[in-house]
Design a protein around this ligand. Structure first.
Ligand code: TYC
Length: 129
């Protein structure tokens, strides 16, 4: 709290009214925790969403081509790629992998481009996990 002290000072035959200002009850080192600026903020971070990259079945793309895609673009060994291809063939859809949005988008584009370059209708897509 600010305190004002008034007093007269006699200098060179003149009376001067002086004021002294003091601060009481103020300890700059005392942090009682109710200061907004120093309150601990809640963490605001959230995990970025993940996306499944999927392949859809069709009647025309050769099985060997799908296996090649799964091995070359999704790093599957041949036996796993064969399993996943057969699952897509029988169930209609299968998951190639789960990635961040950017990586999933890139995989979808390059797989679809590669399939068109080879005149196959194979469809690759993504959906949020
Ligand atoms: N159904 C295709 C065939 O009999 C094979 C195939 C499998 C196609 C998976 C697409 O995502 C696919 N030749």
């Amino acid at each position: 709290m600010l305190e004002l002290h008034y007093y007269w000072h006699y200098v060179s035959a003149v009376n001067i009214l002086c004021v002294a200002v003091t601060m009481s009850d103020f300890d700059p080192l005392d942090d009682n925790g109710d200061d907004l600026a120093t309150k601990e903020a809640k963490p605001q971070l959230q995990r970025p969403p993940l996306y499944k990259v999927i392949l859809l079945n069709d009647d025309f793309t050769p099985m060997d081509f799908v296996i090649e895609i799964l091995m070359d673009f999704f790093s599957m060994p041949e036996d796993k790629a064969t399993q996943v291809m057969l699952q897509i063939h029988t169930q209609g859809v299968g998951v190639c992998g789960t990635y961040s949005k950017d990586v999933a988008e890139t995989k979808v584009v390059i797989v679809n481009e590669y399939s068109r370059e080879h005149q196959h209708p194979l469809l690759c897509a993504m959906e949020e996990v």
